[in-house]
Write a protein that binds this ligand. Sequence first.
Ligand SMILES: O=C(O)CCC(=O)C(=O)O
Length: 286
Amino acid sequence: MTTFINKEKREQLIDQGFCVFRQVLPTEMITKLNQMSQWMIDQEEPEHFARNRSQGCIIAYFKFPHPTFSQLIAYPEALATLAKLGFDDPKVWSGYVISKPAYSPQLYWHQDGVLWDHSISYSKQPQQYFLMYYLVDTNRHNGCLRVIPGSHLKRHVLHDLGRSAHQDDGVRRATDLKHPALQAAEGEIDVEVQAGDLVIGDARLLHSSHANQSGQRRTVLTIWYWPAYNQLPAEVQALISDHISSSPDWVRWVEETSTTTNHLIPIYRGGKPAVSWNNQPKNSLI
Ligand SMILES: O=C(O)CCC(=O)C(=O)O
């Protein structure tokens, strides 16, 4: 079957670094995912929430395995949406429950690219995308996503903060609310969505989220894919495959879910050494 490519959204994703598809998840699936997320959150240790106060929490899908998360990773409507962007053979990388409790602070500005040691990161070739499903209607008041369009391809002053946002305790724990990674940023825009919408974004895009000023929890499920894994250079495929297969949790998850996720598993059997992992853009990003 030939899939109609949505050229407008593809162009937006490649040039601006993100796009939104409306109403990808039906209400019953949103209800199941909310129940699953709460079940995972309820098992997490108190120190996790304190350590990750800026995010709320960030719980990997395999930490408390649940069939509904695996169902979402291989969800036919999500994969059909990637196909509408021209990606009909994506591979998966990871997934998280990221949830802000009522009245919680903003998320720090960051980007999640790991291939900055490879020339591909300084090009428009599709690499790594997040698929984000917000499980409640989300706006500026309750902590919607904000992004800096185009920042996956163009240097921004926030790049010079480096990885301090991820590493600095005052930022992660949101005890230093005056830190530049927690401020409004030049060029930012809000991405307001309804529950069931799907936000797709480039891993290199600078993003954060507003504080949750509401009395209700705000949860997003983030799943990372390599939309065109088979077209990536061998040394990049090697990094992806080495990284995941070195995790016993990943190996167990692959075995347990193979009937539904087999076609999504990135495998590299060539002999090229992996490119090194680097989260920080070089000066050649201008
Ligand atoms: O909480 C959000 O809205 C986005 C989460 C996110 O991008 C992250 O934690 O890396």
